[in-house]
Write a protein that binds this ligand. Structure first.
Ligand code: SF4
Ligand code: SF4
Ligand code: SF4
Length: 274
């Protein structure tokens, strides 16, 4: 009897331990997945597949980050080694653990000509063909890691203070970012020189974000899906020949009503007595 009591107690203790561990595991897992869900704004290395596909493809080997850390040009002006751009996410980073990402405000992507982080990727999570130019060479200008966005209220150039730190830091100066002239109506005699980012050229490297002089950067990189809108295919630009092509076979639809039989001028002159 004592033996069977002991066995029952042991069984209950083991069961409760398993339940406890399962619950703890569940809590940890839900905490972890909440952490990942809460971090949709992560920036990935050049050539990364769209986020969902990237997460499925990346085998978390860290070769991209290693290539980034060890690249020869990874030096500060004084010759000292600077930290790599790519980090491998760990607990607390709010990014899927073991995947590569970067934070421009800490270390931006220096847009290396040979893009050492990409050819080493064994899984295709970093898609090399997407970075090839017309002559089949790797071209970092084709990278779309994100898109820089200017927050007008905190950018001091929009206050009328002269600042072009972001513009000067951009490796694609006058292409990805331009300074646009505008009259300062407040003073009447000064001009604004305003930074404008061009989404068809900006690579999302974040060198502008790193260079911004404000307390929190007034220019910052967001993943493309969070920094762009979408007009919809039913809008056609009348001044764009290529866009016009889309509707060249569209049938004209005429709606005939009693009203449309009359000329517009008939309405204009209605009830007007001369
Ligand atoms: S291209 Fe950017 S992410 Fe890739 S190795 Fe160079 S600095 Fe690192
Ligand atoms: S090299 Fe490719 S598979 Fe490996 S961690 Fe980087 S992105 Fe993921
Ligand atoms: S992120 Fe900034 S620095 Fe980099 S290409 Fe775009 S505008 Fe230029």
């Amino acid at each position: 009897m004592a033996n069977s009591d002991n066995n029952r107690r042991k069984f209950m203790a083991t069961t409760l331990q398993s339940v406890g561990l399962t619950a703890l595991g569940g809590l940890l897992w839900s905490g972890y997945s909440d952490e990942v869900k809460a971090a949709p704004l992560v920036l990935r290395p050049p050539g990364a597949l769209p986020e969902e596909d990237f997460l499925k493809a990346c085998i978390k080997c860290g070769l991209c980050a290693e290539a980034c850390v060890n690249r020869e040009s990874n030096k500060n002006r004084d010759g000292s080694k600077r930290p790599g751009t790519l980090q491998m996410a760990k607990g607390g980073d709010h990014v899927m653990i073991g995947t590569p990402f970067f934070k421009p405000v800490e270390v931006p992507c220096y847009m290396c000509d040979d893009i050492p982080c990409v050819p080493v990727c064994p899984s295709g999570a970093l898609d090399m063909p997407s970075l090839l130019n017309e002559t089949e060479e790797l071209d970092i200008n084709k990278a779309r890691m994100g898109l820089a966005v200017v927050h007008k209220e905190s950018c001091i150039a929009f206050w009328g203070i002269q600042c072009d730190a972001c513009y000067r830091a951009c490796p694609l100066l006058d292409e990805a970012i331009t300074l646009e002239y505008a009259k300062n109506e407040r003073t009447g005699k000064h001009a604004f020189l305003l930074p404008v980012v061009h989404s068809d050229v900006c690579t999302g490297c974040g060198l502008c974000e790193k260079a911004c002089v404000t307390e929190e950067p007034a220019i910052f990189v967001l993943p493309i899906e969070y920094s762009t809108g979408k007009a919809g295919s039913h809008y056609v630009k009348g001044w764009d020949k290529k866009d016009q092509e889309r509707i060249k076979d569209a049938k004209e639809i005429h709606t005939q009503t009693e009203r449309s039989e009359k000329e517009a001028a008939d309405y204009l002159n209605m009830e007007v007595e001369y």
